[in-house]
Design a binder for this molecule. Sequence first.
Ligand SMILES: Cc1cc2nc3c(=O)[nH]c(=O)nc-3n(C[C@H](O)[C@H](O)[C@H](O)COP(=O)(O)OP(=O)(O)OC[C@H]3O[C@@H](n4cnc5c(N)ncnc54)[C@H](O)[C@@H]3O)c2cc1C
Length: 439
Amino acid sequence: MVDAPTAGSPGSDLSETDPPEADRTDRTDVAVVGCGPGGAVLSYLLARSGVDVTLVEREGTFERVYRGFGWNPGVVRLFDEMDVLEDVLDLAHETVAEGAFSLYGERVSVLEFDLLDTDYPYALMMEQPALLERLVDRAGAFDGFSFHPATTVTGLVTDDDGAVRGVTARDRAADETVAVEARCVVGADGRYSTVREEAGIDPGLFESPIDLVWFTLPAGAVDAGTQGQIAREGVLVHFGLGGGDLQVGYLLRDGEWPAIRAAGFDAFRGRVAAVDPDIAAAVDDNLNGFADTTLLDVSPGIADTWTRDGLLILGDAAHVASPIGAQGNPLAVEDAVVAHDRIVRALAYSEGVVPRSRLRAFEARRRPTVERVIALQRRSAANLAFWLDHGRRVPPSLVRVAAALFGRGAARSRIARRAIESFALGDRSVTVARSHFVE
Ligand SMILES: Cc1cc2nc3c(=O)[nH]c(=O)nc-3n(C[C@H](O)[C@H](O)[C@H](O)COP(=O)(O)OP(=O)(O)OC[C@H]3O[C@@H](n4cnc5c(N)ncnc54)[C@H](O)[C@@H]3O)c2cc1C
């Protein structure tokens, strides 16, 4: 952390806090760090509400390493409330109207989305770059918005009381150091958040019994009628991304990856093909080595606190979901929608640095939902790990009977439905505070 030269309490004049040695100082109401789904949605909503927002992003383009690509019906509803759904549907995407997987070759339907109590009975599968670019474009229509790509936040500017008054960053395009002074800094900079670390907030990571290796194959390489396969030989998940690509994940036990790599890439290809022999040719043709794969270290976590004076963290920076149920994006978008309302109110009802007392309501509102989702994911991860360890010993005939029973009715049982619906619809009480919009 960089201490501001002139100390001040929340509410004092921000212009007194120029941090030393910055080539350039920008001033804004809200500095959002990180242009992922959380940061991009929040920036757009704040800009549209007449708030001055500076969005700072480390990457020079919208391309990102593998990121979540699932947008559940709950997010589709929120996109509509934000007036961006039409824009989003213009981009390359696929829609999914039924959740289904294959269990030892038997198709099991988990959820038909049109049975859900929603006007949006479908999930979207799409990659993040085009979506993020569109959100930034939409935010750019408002005067108070500025976007700084290729700019890495390196530290927080704080006063003697620990209140956050801005960030320091390195603008690689301009080759200069920047200080961004703000009444509120939002850390939306992902699971390895610099903002969280600089604020000394513990990420609260949990152990995970499973990891996932991702790779991309051409559409058509896998039966598109399901999103996953559980076989004696292992577990695969797969989703079409709309642009002709198929994202495939191979599930493994936590810590198993070094041994898999040591056994060589041919052996890995063999493992994948053993789960689904139909995929073998596509794997041979399209994957040439481990460089064509990405390990997602599934370590969920919930940070100790999400707010300080002048600071709020959200999305993966505040809590890391596992990929089970594709909840990372929905949680980040819901966070942004709730944070938008709280921050606009906090700016209106305070002066200078926004005090924590005005931001705490964000955390009080979101923490129970996040804890519930992550607890559910952790139970599912334990079940999958058990399957990886012991699935082979279960006679296939027994599995087929179980699959048939599950398919016939268990998925529609109240308890199972409630869990599945909460993954699909998210927190239905979260709605966009459109009353803040200036146009
Ligand atoms: C490597 C990785 C792989 C993932 N794979 C999957 C997956 O396969 N399936 C799935 O469902 N979910 C996956 N997720 C999770 C999902 O993508 C996230 O839950 C979702 O993107 C959260 O959005 P967010 O806005 O909170 O953070 P992110 O999308 O992580 O966005 C954070 C942004 O902050 C930027 N940033 C980071 N540090 C700085 C800094 N110091 N200064 C400025 N900018 C900074 C980053 O470049 C990024 O653009 C993955 C996440 C990661 C990090």
